[in-house]
Design a protein around this ligand. Sequence first.
Ligand code: FE
Length: 344
Amino acid sequence: MKKFALTMLLGLVVFSASACTLGVDSDGESITIYSERHYDTDQILFDRFEDQTGITVNVIDGDADPLINRLENEGEDTSADVLLIADAGRLHRAKDKNLLQSVESETLSNNIPSNYRDSDNYWFGLTKRARVLVYHPDRVDESALSTYEALTEPEFEGRVVTRTSANIYNQSLMASFIEIMGQDDAKAWAEGLVNNFARQPAGNDRDQAKYVVEGNADIAIMNTYYIGRMMNSSDAFEQEVADTVEVFFPNQETTGTHVNVSAAGVTRYSSNPEAATQFIEFLSNEESQSSFANANYEFPVNEHVEPHDLLKSWGDFKAQAINLSVLGENSQRAATIMDEVDWR
Ligand code: FE
């Protein structure tokens, strides 16, 4: 009997001690992020968020598509509160699969221009990347470059490279053209581009720049941040590639350069959507944005924040004036067109 009472008493002490800790630790709140990112500087931001709010941030990192599949398989049992991945097309996919929830936040509306967040508030762009022309200055004069459309001209026959149509970046580029020029012209463009390919599409964005420096092509269509990453790579050839090529922002006199985002959404089955929203708000604020964007040489989405010096050295540029929600909406049609024109 005595032993039982003692156990009870101990139990109470342990219980109240942990309740106390919970109180100090702001209810012991924590959120789990499914993230495609893996930068050391992010941890510093997450620690700051934890200091400011008392909310612990757990990160589970992986590639975007496996993370979406995992979220889908886990259903309402998921521990994830936030999905943080690249490309509006992919976020749309997650929204379509009912894996995200709509969030109302004045902070997010203020910090993020409306075209860089989902029109129904299911996801919010946090950093921007442009899909530009990267060229070899010995073989291409800058004055010869103008638009994505011009790459289909005979003068560029056998000189252009980009990755396959299975890649979401190219699907989103194509989806933007469907929006801007209509399906027929977008298809004609894709057909013309395929005709001017220097080689069968293969490899990732960095490889396209390497083909240019190796002399297998003159112009690559690729994302801006890979230039920053190669410039700071431990691989000597990647550094050489980044030092050799030049960046050109197409369509400056016309419809603007294609821009996409890395973005975050609160998961459909988050057990703490308020904290999850607070976390996304934190990443969109002026204090967090440079570190968050610079980690991957991307442009901050918050217009009050200056980009990295490398990005500034390229000068200001005009982006496509479309809401990125359309990239997801048009992605299926984009994939079909690319298939039809044999963009493999
Ligand atoms: Fe990428």
